[in-house]
Design a protein around this ligand. Structure first.
Ligand code: AMP
Ligand code: MG
Length: 488
């Protein structure tokens, strides 16, 4: 078992973290290992026994070169500032260099208390660990930037939440764990020097092209805003509701992080909320662009001391960047939905109208969001049965469909090529809530088979398979509104 550790953060960022130590697991047992990811990362696991893997990926054995630390961070949670959060149930084993030179954090999540645990136990239950593994793999398969899951291990311990659960540890891989909340921590407690130090580190690590920019901190803000616009548009394109877009859960790398209460919407409704603690719908599906805007305003505030030090005039530049976010998001969103609808080139304002009016239609008719785009492609192939099955009446969306059809006819390749292009960007299989819940319930009882099958399905989101037809739609009948919980 070998990792190519190269720990740049703990080596150069004294004061930004606390040393950490993993709790010894009682009887670790490997639940899942992501072999393909291990290969991509250059983590050599081939010669290790299952027992050895279980010990390493639960914190029982420390691999050579690891230097475990917990990051300090702050954050706005549901709009309220907490000056002191930090890795309370996670530790960074170290950074590794992949064979292509790319740098990644290897983090153990659920490995026991750290200096930042406050009253928490620092542990994770098996359900949330397998949920994050599954959903982050689904996101990666849909080409949505995300942290990844390398391994899941049952610890043999029990974890007390609303009831007692088997404990587990997730090994999470991220291009870094630097969050908006990391910047907020240093802005709140120290000031310009520390903010600039963290920004310089972040630029070297994620945006080396910005080294030498006139005001690198302003350029950093611009880059991060661009990545967040892209990320939130991509989430919304697959009906994803993150559920806890607190500033400590916004990675500056633009990767999706923190899969606590997230879930995918079935019927389209902009006010969809799954998280049991999001009583006011702050993080509802349709509010995600506004919240991203708000979060980026907090990022700009945290960066301001550093931006200001380079040039006073650039404070206005930062303000302008933040003010431009709604329009910047709109452009990304229209391009993305245009692609989902098979609109190969940008048709300007007329396309924007067609796209915007779609969502009212989907909401009015309670259409299953994921299936709808596949049904459009079927229609192009001359088969309207799937679309009909999604609508309350066969002609419910007829005027919109007619407009879309006319628009598609202006595209150059024929309908069959178009249908294939659409299917390549519109997933057929997402982690449907009822499937996720059923798989996690069985896993908690010790049977991983349904979870493994679901994992296989969501890793292949685009290609229709008859044997997977049961995974392609929402639960039958009137299911209770779906609720998720944060308790990872
Ligand atoms: P989250 O809601 O996952 O973004 O977590 C918010 C903060 O609470 C972070 O600082 C976590 O490290 C901390 N936290 C959450 N659960 C636990 C736990 N079981 N033990 C210790 N800290 C926790
Ligand atoms: Mg978090």
């Amino acid at each position: 078992m070998h990792f190519t550790f190269d720990n740049s953060f703990s080596g150069s960022m004294e004061g930004f973290y606390a040393p950490a130590e993993a709790a010894k697991p009682l009887s670790p047992r490997l639940l899942a290992l992501n072999y393909r990811l291990a290969e991509r990362l250059g983590v050599l696991v081939g010669d290790a026994s299952a027992a050895e893997l279980a010990r390493v990926f639960s914190g029982g054995d420390l691999p050579e070169g690891a230097d475990p630390i917990a990051f300090a961070y702050a954050g706005h949670q549901f709009g309220h500032f907490s000056p002191q959060l930090g890795d309370g149930r996670a530790l960074l084993l170290g950074e590794i260099l992949a064979p292509d030179g790319a740098r990644f954090d290897v983090q153990l999540k659920g490995s026991g208390p750290t200096a930042f645990s406050r009253n928490g136990d620092g542990k994770a239950a098996i359900g949330p660990v397998l949920r994050e593994f599954l959903v982050s793999e689904a996101m990666a398969a849909m080409r949505i930037p995300t942290t990844r899951a390398l391994a899941a291990v049952a610890t043999g311990d029990r974890v007390q939440r609303e009831r007692s659960h088997p404990g587990a540890v997730l090994t999470r891989i991220a291009s870094s764990h630097i969050r908006v909340g990391t910047f907020q921590f240093f802005a709140a407690h120290f000031g310009a020097d520390h903010v600039a130090q963290l920004a310089d580190y972040s630029i070297r690590r994620h945006f080396p092209q910005l080294v030498g920019a006139a005001n690198p901190y302003l350029a950093l803000l611009d880059q991060v805003i661009g990545l967040q616009c892209e990320l939130v548009a991509r989430w919304m394109g697959v009906g994803f509701v993150h559920g806890v877009m607190n500033t400590d859960n916004v990675a500056i790398s633009g990767e999706t992080i923190d899969y606590g209460p997230c879930a995918f919407m079935d019927r389209f409704a902009a006010n969809t909320v799954f998280s049991s603690i999001d009583a006011n719908g702050r993080y509802a599906y349709g509010r995600q662009p506004q919240i991203m805007h708000w979060n980026m305003a907090r990022f700009a505030e945290a960066l301001l001391p550093a931006i200001h030090r380079v040039s006073l005039a650039d404070v206005d530049g930062a303000k302008a960047l933040v003010e431009a976010i709604p329009e910047r998001f709109r452009v990304v969103w229209h391009a993305l939905v245009g692609e989902k609808l098979g609109l190969g080139h940008d048709g300007g304002d007329r396309d924007a109208k067609l796209i915007d009016s779609l969502f009212d239609q989907l909401e009015d008719h309670g259409v299953d969001f994921t299936s709808f785009f596949r049904a459009l492609a079927m229609l192009l192939r001359g088969d309207g049965t799937m679309l009909e099955s999604l609508l309350p009446a066969p002609d419910a969306m007829a005027p919109w469909i007619a407009l879309w059809w006319k628009r598609i006819e202006r595209e150059s390749p024929g309908p069959l090529e178009h249908a294939a292009l659409m299917d390549a960007v519109n997933p057929l299989y997402i982690p449907r809530n009822h499937k996720v819940e059923a798989a996690l319930a069985r896993a908690e009882e010790g049977d991983l088979a349904p979870w493994l099958e679901l994992l296989d399905v969501v890793r292949h989101p685009y290609v229709d398979r008859v044997e997977w037809s049961d995974y392609a739609g929402p639960a039958l009948g009137d299911a209770e509104p779906y609720r998720t919980f944060c308790g990872t």
